[in-house]
Design a protein. Structure first.
Length: 283
């Protein structure tokens, strides 16, 4: 893997990554493949988005996609009926604002693109019904300011979904997380916080209710796994230790049993950088 100092922009890093045959699956899992519309359609069909869209059921109006990247979530939000504003500071035609504009033009979806950072949202108070931020909070230069700004631009009764945020159990885990992150070495910019740090920033921003989705419970955090593929992986790994695959498969076939197993496993899950999501309501 190239040293992160090799690249001066995220676009350069992604272009390099695309050209590595052994990184093809990572490119697909990160939705960095072309054509962009196919990547966006794949995200829209994913188990992750199906859960997100369920959380947004019966909500309509204007949605802000913060840190929109290539626009896959903007595309998905527009597909389910929102008028979308995509906030993305990178102007790149591959991984940034220009890519979103192209996607919006090709699909004729209602997506407006604004090139700005989440810490200073250029919008009036209370104009969005939904704020969606996929893997954004851990990238912010000022977590507290970003959370306050997202709260500010939401209408009363609005919701912030902050999805797939990296969490560490203790500050000393950060270096280990960064050392093993498959993309951090390309360009940098990754980070992770303690769970209480996220909750504290969201609470201090003013959110009245904060629901925390833990790593092994929600398909939002599991992607690119689904519950089914995770079950298959667990069966395979158990079979390597004790080669009785039919027994493991039968034992874990019940969704209730497997869900209980995941609940137990969460008590022992201290992986640096594991993913949490937050559903935050403005009173």
């Amino acid at each position: 893997m190239q040293d992160k100092q090799k690249f001066t922009t995220w676009e350069e890093a992604v272009v390099w990554l695309r050209n590595q045959p052994d990184q093809r699956q990572l490119v697909l899992d990160a939705f960095y493949d072309d054509p962009l519309i196919a990547a966006a359609e794949r995200y829209f069909a994913s188990a992750e988005w199906q859960v997100v869209s369920g959380l947004l059921q019966n909500r309509t109006g204007k949605a802000l996609d913060v840190g929109a990247g290539r626009g896959i979530a903007s595309f998905a939000l527009a597909r389910i009926g929102f008028a979308v504003t995509a906030l993305e500071p990178d102007a790149s035609p591959i991984v940034g604002a220009a890519a979103i504009r192209t996607l919006a033009a090709e699909t004729r979806l209602p997506i407006e693109v604004v090139e700005e950072f989440s810490e200073r949202l250029p919008f009036a108070d209370g104009i969005f019904d939904v704020v969606f931020a996929r893997a954004v909070l851990h990238h912010t230069s000022d977590l507290d300011s970003a959370c306050r700004e997202m709260f500010r631009v939401l209408r009363p009764g609005g919701v912030l979904i902050a999805a797939r945020e990296h969490v560490i159990s203790k500050e000393s885990d950060l270096a280990q997380f960064l050392a093993h992150h498959p993309l951090h070495r390309l360009y940098g910019g990754e980070h992770a916080y303690l769970l209480d740090r996220y909750r504290g920033a969201l609470k201090d921003a003013g959110f009245a209710a904060i629901e925390v989705l833990s790593p092994l419970k929600s398909p939002i955090n599991l992607f690119p796994y689904t519950i089914e593929t995770l079950r298959a992986t667990v069966v395979e790994r158990l079979t390597r230790k004790i080669p009785v695959e039919p027994v493991w498969r039968a034992a874990l076939a019940s969704p209730t049993v497997f869900s209980s197993l995941l609940s137990i496993a969460e008590h022992f899950d201290h992986r640096p950088g594991r993913l949490y999501s937050f559903i935050c309501h403005k009173a």
